[in-house]
Design a protein around this ligand. Sequence first.
Ligand SMILES: CC(C)(COP(=O)(O)OP(=O)(O)OC[C@H]1O[C@@H](n2cnc3c(N)ncnc32)[C@H](O)[C@@H]1OP(=O)(O)O)[C@@H](O)C(=O)NCCC(=O)NCCS
Length: 167
Amino acid sequence: MSRATFQLALLDAAHDRAAFNSDSEPLNRYLREQVTQDVRRRVAACFVALADEKRIAGYYTLASASLLLADLPASTGKKLPRYPTVPTVRMGRLAVDQAFKGQGLGGALLADALDRAARSEIGAYALMVEAKDEAAAAFYRHHGFIVLSESPRTLFLPLATVQPSRD
Ligand SMILES: CC(C)(COP(=O)(O)OP(=O)(O)OC[C@H]1O[C@@H](n2cnc3c(N)ncnc32)[C@H](O)[C@@H]1OP(=O)(O)O)[C@@H](O)C(=O)NCCC(=O)NCCS
């Protein structure tokens, strides 16, 4: 299968949000109608994979978040300080346009999010996600994410396991 190349960038006004069409209508609508407000209010940052100057092939959002220490698996929690919460980065949304599915782009966007979170100068223990359904949870498990036993749609990957890129 041929693999297209994509440019990763911060979302900006020149990008065509209206044409984006993933399998998930809520994620399409979020990109069309909500994301620019969230970015303006600094409650999310949005990164896009561009197929050309305007065409968005995929996107994800990041924001700071936390997990309750008590919710982590005991083997993880016992290695952390006894504060009630553990700082994390939340990947709030991730979607790939139907035209670009199955070409490695979802995995590449996830790797980019992990890299960005791991390179941040602000402390964060893990990248966390709330999977919207079982297929999404399976995608994250496939990439090594750990499930919270009390809420199996919440998954995390410790950032210490990520080898940051060098630029
Ligand atoms: C989930 C989604 C982002 C995957 O994007 P994609 O570009 O098709 O995925 P990729 O081609 O990068 O797949 C990367 C790897 O994940 C695997 N994978 C993809 N979907 C998977 C799933 N549902 N369960 C398990 N593994 C999965 C692929 O087999 C591939 O494995 P490999 O690297 O070992 O070959 C995309 O299908 C999508 O946008 N879905 C709708 C929105 C959604 O569910 N978002 C999830 C966040 S809630």
